[in-house]
Design a protein around this ligand. Sequence first.
Ligand SMILES: Cc1ncc(COP(=O)(O)O)c(C=O)c1O
Length: 403
Amino acid sequence: MALSYSELSRSLKGERLPAAFVDLDAFDRNTERVLATLEPGLSLRPASKSLRVVTLLERLLAHPSGRIRGVMCFCARELAALAARGIDDLLLAYPAHQSADLELLADVAARGVKLHVVTDSEAGARRLGEAARAKHTELPVLLCVDMSLVLLGGAVHLGVRRSPLHTPAQVVALARVVASTPGLSFQGLMAYEAQVAGLGDASPFARAQNPIKAALRRASMRELGARRREMVEELTKAGLSPRLVNGGGSGSLAATTAATGVTEVTAGSAFLKSHLFDYYRDPHMNELEPAAFFALEVTRHPAPGFVTCAGGGYVASGTPGEDKAPRPHLPPGLRLLPQEMAGEVQTPLQLPRGLSLPLGSPVVFRHAKAGELAERFEEYLLFQGGELTGRTKTYRGEGWCFL
Ligand SMILES: Cc1ncc(COP(=O)(O)O)c(C=O)c1O
């Protein structure tokens, strides 16, 4: 059962607002839903950026199914920090080039922590090799490949600007370079279909585009599934059979299957279900429930029918738009004002008819993105069974700031 406004306002009495909180029951139910969507035989690697809370990562890794393995993280310092907290099997999803980062990665590898680093260029591979040799260790490497949909000879590019490795031939050529670089071992691919995972096809903000987006999701998944499989086949023919092929994101979980070449799937946002993930047709996305929230204090009654909360301008990254603003969640029926939205010092709201909110009472919101909320709060309050049962540090509370 989702937390009710009365349960929340009772529990939040005495807590300083703004406060952020996680409904652990909803988080656990989402975990089961994610695992039920995952094809049998595939394992799940959580994406750290969509949680940014060590204890939540640990909660996933302790799942009794044993199917949640390793963590995908996003910068070298984060990898080292998670390794220092005892988390093993870390996949660094972005190429590292700065000397301090390369040294750090080689140090962590030399200590025996299981990790994978990615590269998408010969220059990147060369620098990784130098760093590994300087520490007399080996760095296991995945190639980060481009899963965008490219049409009309490159004139149309539907996807993110990430890696230059698009064709199986390009992948095999760089895999050979990695495999022959002392200090490196070639392990496989990271092949994330960002344009499918991030493309909500049931958006209330741009309804006319939804059918086009749905068609693009289908077309892209067909094309990339075949291409990812072909990459695996060509590597195998070249004697470089990949041991690990990572793909997927919360928004493409159901379509990321072994037939599309992957050995494991990544998801992060699905566990907390920030509101950008409300805007998908996929049934598995619709089964997920919100699990992370923040509460602001009502500090003014500017006019009948309105309240104004303190703070709240936690706007998400990405293409600016209404969908990146926080969404009022509880009590139901509250509306942001288009001329102000969520502001740096105040967030005014229009009340539904018949509702009044006393000064000092909480209004509950959802962030558009799952992990970015943790950059705003030092701790998350934890709810279980409708009660406030604990609290846990976010990355910010750990004193960590990576991105
Ligand atoms: C490489 C990679 N894989 C997977 C994901 C999916 O993360 P989420 O499930 O939180 O959308 C991301 C998100 O940025 C990513 O960069």
